[in-house]
Structures are given as structure tokens and as C-alpha cells.
Design a protein around this ligand. Structure first.
Ligand code: SF4
Length: 370
């Protein structure tokens, strides 16, 4: 006799967005149990149970993704929105997401999708990689960005889409919390061209434990090194949460690590926090705090320090690290003035800036295709 659990799992397996997962292994000595090796949570999952991200399930001793192509967003964005300021500036990216996340940030701005496994169940509009790439080409995007929720948790769809996108001359970028395993980065390899890695609260361990639900943020550094070794272009952000995630020594330490491991010309964005989700009673980050942290990052040797989520701030712009000339002027996500030469040199002193790709000059306001 077929149990109701069995028949509901059979029904689940018949859905197009339920696919065999990548990067998992059986657990020795525990028949039917699996270990997911996609992110550093490395969940050990009993039969019939889900991983911590809520979108990977052990069905009959095999791991499945439940969100293959189940999209919650498909938007055209300026690449500056990621933020990627030094990678094909002025280009347009088709941006996609699903539900779910491996982090539990209490301040998440996209909590409606990232945390919905807990509150609303799975939902989205089913698309194939062919449909996503076709949309990117039809709407004249320069690349695809895997973003809004943590793309690691929809790895299989990202992988297939990135492969197809490459064949059509599109670039791939991801916006990530940096908790993918080095194996996951290795599997993506040269399919991924760039990543924005988002720190929160300066990478402070206690902050991650209390507000993110992650106990070992140190692992993020290894993942970034794996990305670097694969040749991905990297920009680092840090969300500054007032009072609880704004320590000067943390930003100093993080800046020093970036200088030593990724180089002083790595773009570093200090992002202003706005009250959201479970942290509605916290104020937006004071401007003085952001400016103080920016000056600390510069003291540590970083040449491209930006302040994000503060419209019209002078640290939205790019300055030549050698002569200080304002070479790119921005207002929010829009480039309002581009002064570099065709090969990304300062027109005043000839210094070559750390910018990958040419200026595309195709401004857009974000709009949805779903
Ligand atoms: S991707 Fe999900 S299931 Fe896999 S280790 Fe991370 S949280 Fe666990």
C-alpha cells in the first residue's frame, strides 16, 4: 500500500522545478541520509527532510532541488545596482531569483522571497534556462545576474543558465553572501565572471551568530579566495547596521584582509542599513558612521571605497587612485559622467584603473519581465 507521504513525494518529483541536486553525498553509516556540499552549512539531511535553506530535500535517499527555474523575479537592472561598479560599467543585466536562503538575516531587505520557505512555502513562475537566456537577448541585456536571494541555493538552475548564457556571449555575475563551498565555486569555474560578496556587520562573528544565524563567517574568506583563484572579478560590500554591526575594528580588519588578499584596488562598498523585516526598530545608519568607516578603509589602503544607499554622496563616484581626478560620476545606479579613456585610463595622468570590461553606456531603470 502506498502511504500518503510516498504519494506526495511522487507528486513532488513530477513537478518541473524539482530536479536532482548537484554536490551532495550519502552519509557513511546512515542509510538514506545525505550531506549537501553546496554551502558551508553542509547540512546532513534525513530522508524526507529539508536542508536549512528550505529548498533542498532528501527524497528516498537522494537530494533534490525544489526551485529549479521557479523564479520570483526576472528584472532588467543596471549592473551598478548589484553593486558592480568596476565590471562592464553602464551595462544591463537580467536579474533572477527564487525563494529561499541559507542565511536568516533579521534585517533582510528581500525577506519576502529569501525567508518565504518559513512563512509562505514555495512559489514562483517556472522558466527554463532557454527562456531566461532568450529574454536576456531579446531585452538586449549584456549579462545575467543571479541575485536578490542567495544564488548558491538555486545552484543547478544558475549553473545550467550560466552555461547557456556563455554560449550566447553573455557574461554571468552573482550577488552572494560568500557561504558557498570552495567545491561549488570550483564547479562554476569560468562560467561565472564576477561576484559581489556581501558582508554584514563587518564580518563580526557575534553579529553573524545573533543576526544572521551563521556560526562561522570565517569560512567566507576561503570562498572568496576560491573565487579569486578562478579569476572572477570581485567587489566586496559590507552592510553597516547601527549600534550592533558598525565596529571600527571589524571594518579595519576586513579592509586589511581585502588589501592583502584581493589587492588595494578592489572596490569596497559600505552600505547604509534601512530598517526592515525583524529590525524595524533600528534607525538608518548615521552618515557620520559610514564616513568614519570609509576613512578607516582608506587608511588601510583601499583605493576605491564607496558609500551605498546614500543618494548624491561624493563617495558614489570613482576617483583616480593616482591623481584623485573624478573619473566616473554617478547618481545612484546611473553613470552621469564617464571620463576614462577607452582602455580605462585616467585622462589626466594615464593611470589604468582596475576595471574589467569596457563602458557600455546603456542606462536603464529597473523593470520586471515576470
Ligand atoms: S545549500 Fe541548503 S541544504 Fe545545502 S548545505 Fe546549504 S543550507 Fe544546507
Amino acid at each position: 500500500m502506498v502511504s500518503s507521504k510516498q504519494s506526495s513525494e511522487e507528486a513532488l518529483l513530477a513537478r518541473p522545478h524539482v530536479r536532482p541536486a548537484m554536490l551532495w553525498e550519502p552519509v557513511p553509516g546512515k542509510p538514506g541520509w545525505v550531506r549537501c556540499n553546496l554551502c558551508e552549512k553542509r547540512c546532513i539531511i534525513a530522508p524526507g527532510r529539508y536542508g536549512a535553506c528550505g529548498v533542498r530535500k532528501n527524497i528516498n535517499g537522494k537530494l533534490y532541488t525544489l526551485v529549479y527555474g521557479l523564479l520570483t523575479a526576472m528584472n532588467i537592472d543596471p549592473i551598478e545596482k548589484k553593486p558592480l561598479y568596476h565590471f562592464y560599467p553602464g551595462s544591463r543585466v537580467l536579474s533572477i531569483s527564487t525563494v529561499g536562503c541559507n542565511f536568516y538575516c533579521k534585517f533582510c531587505q528581500n525577506w519576502v522571497i529569501s525567508q518565504s520557505r518559513l512563512e509562505k512555502g514555495l512559489y514562483g513562475v517556472y522558466k527554463t534556462p532557454e527562456e531566461v537566456v532568450d529574454a536576456a537577448l531579446r531585452y538586449r541585456a549584456d549579462g545575467i545576474s543571479y541575485t536578490y536571494n542567495e544564488p548558491t541555493i538555486f545552484f543547478e538552475f544558475m549553473y545550467d543558465t550560466a552555461r547557456l548564457a556563455k554560449k550566447h556571449g553573455l557574461f554571468n555575475t552573482m550577488v552572494t553572501n560568500g557561504y558557498a563551498t570552495p567545491e561549488a565555486v570550483d564547479t562554476l569555474g569560468s562560467l561565472m565572471d564576477a561576484a559581489t560578496v556581501d558582508f554584514k556587520g563587518g564580518g563580526n562573528k557575534e553579529f553573524y551568530r545573533k543576526y544572521v544565524g551563521v556560526y562561522d563567517p570565517e569560512k567566507i574568506y576561503n570562498t572568496i579566495l576560491a573565487m579569486r583563484d578562478k579569476g572572477w572579478f570581485l567587489e566586496i560590500t559590507n552592510l553597516v547596521v547601527p549600534k550592533v554591526g558598525d565596529k571600527e575594528e571589524d571594518v579595519r580588519k576586513l579592509s586589511r584582509w581585502i588589501v592583502e588578499n584581493l589587492g588595494p584596488e578592489t572596490p569596497f562598498h559600505l552600505l547604509r542599513f534601512h530598517p526592515d523585516y525583524k529590525m524595524m526598530d533600528y534607525p538608518p545608519t548615521p552618515l557620520e558612521t559610514l564616513e568614519k568607516l570609509a576613512s578607516i578603509a582608506m587608511d588601510e589602503g583601499l583605493k576605491h571605497v564607496y558609500i551605498g544607499n546614500v543618494l548624491g554622496h561624493p563617495l558614489e563616484h570613482t576617483y583616480c587612485p593616482k591623481c584623485g581626478y573624478r573619473v566616473i560620476e554617478r547618481f545612484g545606479f546611473t553613470i552621469v559622467s564617464w571620463r576614462l579613456t577607452k582602455d580605462n585610463r585616467c585622462p589626466k595622468c594615464g593611470y589604468k584603473l582596475n576595471i574589467r570590461g569596457e563602458y557600455r553606456g546603456r542606462p536603464t531603470t529597473p523593470y520586471s519581465l515576470l
